[in-house]
Ligand binder design. Structure first.
Ligand code: ARG
Length: 254
């Protein structure tokens, strides 16, 4: 009997010890089906970032990506080796005027491309929600990117990867067990990850879209490390205010 219990114990410990996901990608995700996320943009500037195509000549990304005119924006790829790729220059980077590096508020930026993208099977415009309401805790979302696949790694992914993340209540995200309001997760931000950790965006995924129910609801903004249960990913929440800002910027730059 004692022997049997000991055996069980060993089995349980062994199972607990195994990483939940054997192939850890983005962080805890998987390789996307090639070209299944045709709105994804890869931004190669001073840092690697993701973005989403919102109009044929406009890409939405994060302000902290610090994209300049020297950056290259690539559409239509799974891997950079793809012959389907469309390469652009940035005609005008427009970070949100109120982006604050310290508080991370308004981490959103528009990039006007030097030409219009050709829309096809591999390049498409992302969908936005009809209503920019808050995201309820527990909502299932998806984040994709070419960022690193392991915390502390130096190598970005050649292929697009994605992971499912769950929206975490703002009150939880700000409590002492999580960010402890350092920095404060505001109403313009949303936390998403996994209660147990291990599922997250990471370095190089910044600026990419957070997709919930097939619509873009957020932008990869920040975290503390990657995949840690106490520090879920924090995303810029696309609110009415940002939707209006986007519309006005595009209107003013025709
Ligand atoms: N800020 C980082 C970047 O520039 C990654 C942000 C996401 N971090 C996270 N743990 N979800 O790529």
């Amino acid at each position: 009997m004692v022997l049997l219990m000991g055996l069980w114990f060993t089995v349980v410990i062994f199972l607990l010890g195994i990483p939940r996901d054997h192939c850890v990608q983005i962080i805890g995700g998987k390789e996307s089906v090639p070209h299944s996320r045709p709105f994804m943009a890869k931004i190669k500037g001073s840092m690697l970032c993701g973005g989403s195509l919102i109009k044929r000549n406009w890409v939405l990304t994060a302000a902290h990506c610090n994209t300049t005119k020297n950056a290259e924006v690539i559409l239509g790829i799974h891997s950079e080796k793809d012959t389907t790729k469309q390469v652009f220059k940035v005609k005008k980077p427009i970070p949100h005027p109120c982006y604050d590096r310290a508080t991370k508020e308004n981490d959103i930026m528009l990039l006007q491309l030097n030409k219009r993208a050709k829309l096809n099977k591999n390049v498409a415009i992302i969908k936005f929600p009809r209503l920019y309401d808050d995201l309820k805790a527990g909502t299932q979302c998806l984040v994709a990117g070419w960022g690193i696949t392991k915390s502390g790694s130096e190598k970005a992914s050649d292929v697009l990867r994605e992971v499912n993340v769950t929206v975490i209540a703002r009150s939880t995200c700000n409590d002492q067990k999580h960010y402890n309001s350092r920095p404060l997760v505001t109403v313009n931000m949303v936390c998403a990850g996994d209660k147990k950790g291990g599922k997250d965006s990471c370095t190089g995924d910044s600026g990419g879209p957070l997709m919930c129910n097939g619509k873009q609801r957020g932008i990869v903004s920040f975290g503390q490390g990657c995949g840690k249960p106490q520090y879920p990913g924090v995303y810029t929440l696309l609110t009415d205010k940002y939707s209006l800002w986007i519309k006005s910027v595009i209107q003013g730059n025709l």
